[in-house]
Write a new protein. Structure first.
Length: 248
């Protein structure tokens, strides 16, 4: 796919951003502490498995765009091979992903270390995707408002949006497509929550995340070519296993 002429890297300007409400922050702290306690044994076991099944550290660290465009270090279990070049965007069936990494990504277990990010205040439980600076620098100005908000472990675009809605059959996600089509669609879906991030909406999104991870269908949100978001009723109660792609 040929990049558009206006696909130019521009720095992300930092600001104070828009923090979660006190209620959401209290929920973040309680949820992160409960999660770290509940998953303490799986966290240790997964860490050991990652270390034993491949070279490299058990924890992947990367600088991401935080609230107000300010940098923070995100934590994940390492799911990719070390020192292997590739695209900025991690596509479906990316050869850099290890066999164990595919399993961890399938069940979102690679993201459990982000509970520490939530506890520290770098992230919130529900919010937009934590973007990499390599991709954020190419965002068009009209979509950069998304960086005002604190990124989340989960969010509406992660649970209720399907990349296949905007990705033509047989095409891979390259930089141009990600920045011009995929990121704006994700932002439009996240805007549905961010326009009114109430405790009720937050708890509903958390419940939908658990439901989705367990393999059940969540009503998807469709994004039209003009950016309008509509809800589609699910055809059944379960969704097929799918491997997710992600930013870097």
């Amino acid at each position: 796919m040929i990049m558009s002429e206006d696909l130019i890297a521009r720095p992300v300007d930092p600001s104070d951003g828009i923090p979660p409400s006190r209620g959401r922050r209290a929920l973040d702290i309680a949820g992160a502490l409960a999660g770290l306690l509940l998953f303490s044994v799986p966290l240790v076991l997964i860490y050991l498995l990652v270390r034993l099944t491949g070279r490299g550290p058990g924890i992947f660290r990367q600088t991401r765009v935080g609230q107000g465009g300010r940098p923070f270090t995100i934590y994940k279990f390492r799911t990719m091979r070390q020192n292997v070049g590739g695209m900025k965007v991690t596509a479906t069936s990316d050869p850099r992903v290890t066999p164990l990494g595919r399993l961890l990504r399938r069940w979102y277990l690679d993201e459990l270390p982000q509970l520490m990010n939530v506890l520290r205040g770098d992230m919130t439980l529900v919010g937009p995707r934590p973007e990499t600076y390599d991709l954020a620098e190419y965002y068009q100005a009209r979509w950069r408002w998304i960086f005002d908000h604190r990124p989340g472990m989960t969010g509406m675009s992660q649970v209720r949006f399907r990349d296949s809605d905007v990705l033509p059959p047989g095409e891979e996600v390259d930089l141009a497509f990600y920045v011009e089509r995929l990121a704006p669609a994700q932002a439009a879906v996240d805007a549905v929550y961010l326009s009114d991030p109430s405790m009720r909406a937050t708890l509903r999104t958390l419940a939908q995340t658990i439901w989705y991870v367990l393999g059940f269908s969540v009503p998807p949100l469709r994004v039209s070519s003009d950016g309008k978001v509509t809800e589609e009723a699910p055809p059944d109660t379960a969704h097929p296993a799918e491997e997710r792609g992600s930013a870097a």
